[in-house]
Every structure is written in C-alpha cells, then in structure tokens.
Design a protein. Structure first.
Length: 132
C-alpha cells in the first residue's frame, strides 16, 4: 500500500486489502458468527488503534481531496469515517466483493482536483459490455 501513489487508487487498494483480509480470514468470520458481543467489544476497545494504523496509509491520499483542502473536513475526520465504513463492511458484508470499495473510490476520485472522474477499469468494462 505504501508504494501506491497518493490519491484515489491508494484508497481503493487500502479498502480492497482490508475488506479482503477480513472476508477471507476464517477465524474473524467465525468469531463474528459465534460471539458478536466479543467482536463488538474488541472493535470498540481497538478503534483508536485501527485508525492509527490506517492514518499513515490513507492520509497522503486524503490530503489531496477538496473537502480537506477547503477546510470542510480534516484528514482525521475522513480517516475516522473510512475506518467506520471498513468496520461496517466487516459487520454487514455486501454481496459484491469489491463494489463498496470501487464506489467509495469513485467518490474520492470525484473529490480530487484534476483526477479523471471514471476509473480506467470501469470505463474498459463499460466498453466491453457495449460490444456484446
């Protein structure tokens, strides 16, 4: 993740990595199913540590966003919100494996000055679908 350039793509990599790790980790899934109270207590107790781990990875990308540049929100606000989104993805997983990460990255891309509005993967997918 640290090798990815700052910007929306780093956010996508971070979200993909975090959600994939949680989704593919059998013990985390089993703990959530068998003892959700334990999981919630642990998440509450460790939330500050989770944010502190994510901040150095996400901050360079988040600093470029218009809400941060304009002062409407701070980097710490966005790290907090993204951490909460990632935890909710663990607690309430979506049916599609990367849908949330892709859409959230598209939102961040739209908030980044000078960034293309569509990710190259989505544009290529739409072009391929039109040819069918």
């Amino acid at each position: 993740l640290a090798a990815a350039p700052p910007g929306p793509e780093r956010i996508l990599l971070a979200l993909d990595h975090a959600t994939r790790h949680v989704r593919e980790h059998p013990m985390l899934q089993r703990m959530l199913e068998t003892d959700p109270g334990f999981v919630l207590r642990g998440l509450r107790a460790q939330f500050a540590d989770i944010k502190n781990e994510l901040r150095p990875v996400l901050a360079p990308a988040l600093e470029t966003l218009e809400p941060v540049r304009s002062g409407a929100a701070g980097v710490d606000d966005l790290v907090d919100w993204m951490s909460r989104l990632m935890l909710s993805a663990y607690l309430l997983p979506a049916a599609g494996s990367g849908h949330m990460a892709e859409k959230l990255t598209a939102v961040f891309r739209a908030l980044t000055p000078g960034s293309p509005q569509r990710p190259p993967r989505a544009a290529a997918r739409r072009t391929a679908n039109r040819r069918k």
